[in-house]
Ligand binder design. Structure first.
Ligand code: FES
Length: 360
């Protein structure tokens, strides 16, 4: 794979009016191997439009897998201050599935449809002067977007960035982080492997995330952003709960949970009523069962909507409800205002009555 420029020069000079829209195509232009199983993919809009997003948001890509399109959400690692291209960094997991398809088939020149950007995991939504970023593994990607954004804007916010990995061989973006450490005057960077080969070869902090490390770096009124595997974030959350961090100051993001970890939001089959409900969506009337998950009903009727986490977290499957009721339990994929405006998440909405929906 190419070891060329990480941020390619745009082929086009876009006007302010040309903006990439959700549902448009992306064209892969550069692939960079970060580690043996971690790759960065850079995309442009084939028509030369610019991207508008917040640092920390994500995109959902429609990947043409043999069994049909698979939608996967990926955090954008690049900064919105460089809007001519967009970059994601992906860890390849397993022999089959979406990330393996990307590793094998996604090459410069390949075009994919994408949806978004969405998500509330952005420091732009929570302005602060004191920031703690905590990530593990490839959960570093939203933090890179935030740090690149802060650097380009010459921000002077106080940042403690703790990044956890299994061992030093898994550290990502090391050269760039060293440069960011110089460019951002108030960045305090801690790369923390849980295992180290020897004390001679690693002199920084090491070990798993723990109370001692976090409490030493926490400051009053600090906004905390955390991204990593589910177990890691649960551990961070329980440590911070002891430290009395206000829930308003804690934000977390997680993607790519295997199906076994996904929240089962649909009612058990025995509780799905025989009673039919009708869904009105884009000039179609879809028959569904009361108690069925909205996303399942749409898919059964070959209606494709983008999805990401499928746990009610990322907001990718957002639709607008203009009539009817659903029972919804999400994990922060919608704001209170959006809920009041009638937005729902198809992945965690259970049908209760006839529904009228709009795509957003
Ligand atoms: S797919 Fe992420 S909230 Fe529904």
């Amino acid at each position: 794979m190419s070891k060329g420029s990480r941020v390619p020069l745009p082929k086009f000079v876009s006007t302010a009016q040309q903006r990439w829209q959700s549902g448009d195509m992306l064209e892969c232009t550069v692939i960079h191997d970060e580690l043996t199983d971690v790759r960065s993919y850079t995309f442009i809009d084939p028509t030369g439009a610019c991207f508008k997003f917040k640092p920390g948001q994500h995109l959902s890509l429609a990947l043409p897998l043999p069994g049909g399109d698979d939608f996967r959400a990926f955090t954008i690692a690049s900064s919105p201050t460089r809007p001519h291209s967009i970059q994601i960094t992906v860890k390849t997991t397993g022999a089959g599935g979406a990330t393996a398809w990307m590793y094998k088939h996604l090459r410069p020149g390949v075009k994919l449809r994408a949806f978004g950007p969405t998500g509330h995991f952005s420091l732009q939504d929570y302005p602060t002067r004191k920031l703690m970023l905590i990530s593990a593994g490839v959960g570093i990607t939203p933090m890179m977007s935030m740090l690149r954004w802060l650097r380009d804007r010459r921000e002077t916010v106080e940042i403690a960035f703790l990044h956890y990995v299994r061992n030093p061989a898994y550290l990502l973006f090391q050269d760039e982080l060293a440069a960011l450490n110089k460019e951002l005057p108030n960045l305090h960077l801690y790369q923390i492997p849980s295992q180290v080969p020897s004390r001679e070869r690693w002199q920084g902090m090491s070990g798993r995330v723990n109370q001692l490390q976090l409490s030493a770096l926490l400051a009053p009124e600090q906004a905390v952003f955390c991204c990593g595997p589910t177990g890691f974030m649960q551990q961070v959350q329980s440590i911070l709960a002891v430290q009395s961090i206000s829930p308003n100051n804690y934000h977390q993001e997680s993607f790519g949970a295997p199906a076994s970890e996904r929240v089962e939001t649909a009612l058990p089959a025995t509780r799905v009523s025989r009673q039919s409900v009708a869904i009105h969506f884009e000039n179609q009337q879809i028959e569904a069962k009361c108690g069925e998950r909205l996303l399942d009903a749409l898919r059964r009727n070959k209606v494709v909507i983008p999805t990401g986490c499928q746990t009610g977290l990322c907001g990718t499957c957002r639709l607008k409800k203009t009539d009817g009721n659903v029972q919804m339990r999400h994990q922060g994929g919608l704001s209170n205002i959006e809920e009041r405006q009638g937005y729902i998440l198809a992945c965690c909405s259970i049908l209760e009555t006839d529904l009228s929906l709009l795509r957003v």
